[in-house]
Design a protein around this ligand. Structure first.
Ligand code: 6MZ
Length: 333
C-alpha cells in the first residue's frame, strides 16, 4: 500500500541503475511468501504501521524466524532479492538474538546469517556470476543492556574477517538510553568497526545531539529535528541513510513531499536512499529511488549520482570503497 505511484518508465530506469543499499534490516526484508509459509495466516505484512505497531510485528516475526535454518534461508533470500533489484553492494543488518529454546545464541545466529550469505555467493559462482557484494552489520537492539551490547560488538570484531563491517544501533526509539550502549559503541570504534546509529526517528533532542557529538560514520533517519539540531547536522557532514516509504508509513513524516530528503539533497548534505524494511513496507530500492525522482523532480542523472555517491559511504576499507566507487563511475560512463 502506498499513497504514491510512480510511472513504469521511471521504475524501469531505476531498476536499470546499479544500486548500493546501506540500510536494510534482515527480518524487515523477509519475503512475504516466506513469512506466510513460516507463520501461516497469523502474520500479515503491508499497509501503514505506526512505529509501536511495527515493533510488535517484529516480535511476532522473530518468534517464527529465529531458528537456524530459517534465519539462514531469510539471509540467502534477502541477498537474492536485493541482487534481483540490481543492488550491486548490500549492507544487511541484523541484531544477533538469543533463543535458547531453539539452541540459538548470538554467535550461532550470526553464523546462520553468514551461512545464508555464503549460500547465495556459492549459487552465483556456480553459474559463473560474481553476484552482489554483501557485508553484514550487527545491530544493538535498544532493549539490550550494556553487557548484551558489548557481546554483540565483540562478536562483530571477531567476525570482521568473515564480512562483518560495522555496528548499528536500532530498535524501538522509546526503549532505553544512549548512555547504556556508549561503552560498547566506543569499544566498537576502538576495534575498527564502523558505526551507524538510528537517530531522531522520534523527537528526542538530547539524545540526537549526543549522537551527533559522538560522530558515527553514518546516521539513519534523522526525521525529527529542531533548528538547532539541523544546524548541528549540517555542520557534521555525517552521511544519512534515508528511508522514504518507511518514514511515511510509520508516521515519522506526514507527507512525502515534506520529507527532509528534499532539503538535505538541495543543501548538498551527503545522503543515500535505502529501503529499511522492504518486506514490511512492500518496497524495493528501485522503488525508493523512483519515488524520490517523482516527488522531488530529480533528473535521471541526479538519480544515478545518488547511487554513485552512496558507494562513498559504504563501510569498506578505503581501497575497497575506492574500487566500488570506480566501478560505479565506470558503469555510469
Ligand atoms: C528502528 C528498526 C526499524 O535485526 O531482527 N528495526 N529499528 N526503526 C525502524 N524503523 C521502522 N526497522 C527495523 O531486523 C528487525 C529489527 O530491526 C530493527 C528492530 O530492532 C527490529 O526488531 P533484525 O534482522
Amino acid at each position: 500500500m502506498s499513497a504514491h505511484t510512480v510511472s513504469a518508465a521511471l521504475l524501469a530506469f531505476c531498476r536499470s541503475l546499479p544500486k548500493i543499499e546501506l540500510h536494510a534490516h534482515l527480518n524487515g526484508s523477509v519475503r512475504e511468501s516466506t513469512l506466510q509459509e513460516l507463520a501461516g495466516e497469523q502474520l500479515k505484512l503491508g499497509g501503514a504501521k505506526t512505529l509501536p505497531e511495527c515493533f510488535k510485528l517484529f516480535d511476532a516475526i522473530h518468534r517464527c524466524t529465529t531458528i537456524h535454518e530459517r534465519i539462514q534461508r531469510i539471509a540467502r533470500e534477502a541477498a537474492e532479492d536485493f541482487a534481483a533489484d540490481n543492488v550491486v553492494y548490500l549492507e544487511l543488518r541484523t541484531s544477533p538474538k538469543v533463543h535458547l529454546e531453539h539452541g540459538v545464541t548470538k554467535r550461532s545466529y550470526v553464523d546462520a546469517v553468514l551461512a545464508g550469505l555464503a549460500e547465495y555467493q556459492a549459487a552465483c559462482s556456480a553459474v559463473g556470476q560474481t553476484g552482489a557484494t554483501v557485508r553484514l552489520l550487527l545491530s544493538i537492539d535498544r532493549r539490550e543492556d550494556a553487557a548484551a551490547a558489548l557481546a554483540t560488538v565483540e562478536l562483530a570484531a571477531e567476525l570482521m574477517p568473515r564480512g562483518v563491517a560495522g555496528i548499528d544501533l536500532s530498535g524501538n526509539p522509546a526503549a532505553g538510553e544512549l548512555a547504556t550502549w556508549l561503552p560498547a559503541l566506543r569499544r566498537a570504534r576502538s576495534l575498527g568497526l564502523a558505526l551507524t546509529l538510528h537517530a531522531a526517528e522520534v523527537f528526542n533532542p538530547g539524545e540526537t545531539a549526543a549522537m551527533l557529538d559522538f560522530a558515527p560514520e553514518r546516521l539513519g533517519h534523522m526525521c525529527c529535528l529542531d533548528a538547532r539540531l539541523e544546524a548541528q547536522l549540517a555542520a557534521s557532514r555525517i552521511p544519512i541513510e534515508l528511508c522514504l516509504t518507511s518514514n511515511l508509513l510509520s508516521g515519522s513524516v506526514t507527507r512525502l513531499p515534506d520529507h527532509h530528503f528534499a532539503a538535505l539533497h538541495r543543501a548538498g548534505h551527503p545522503v543515500c536512499l535505502c529501503t529499511d524494511d522492504c518486506g514490511i513496507y512492500g518496497t524495493s530500492l528501485s522503488r525508493e529511488l523512483a519515488l524520490a525522482g517523482a516527488c522531488f523532480d530529480l533528473s535521471p542523472a541526479a538519480l544515478a549520482r545518488l547511487c554513485r555517491d552512496a558507494a562513498g559511504y559504504a563501510f569498506l576499507p578505503a581501497d575497497e570503497r575506492a574500487a566500488l566507487q570506480a566501478r560505479e563511475a565506470a558503469r555510469a560512463a
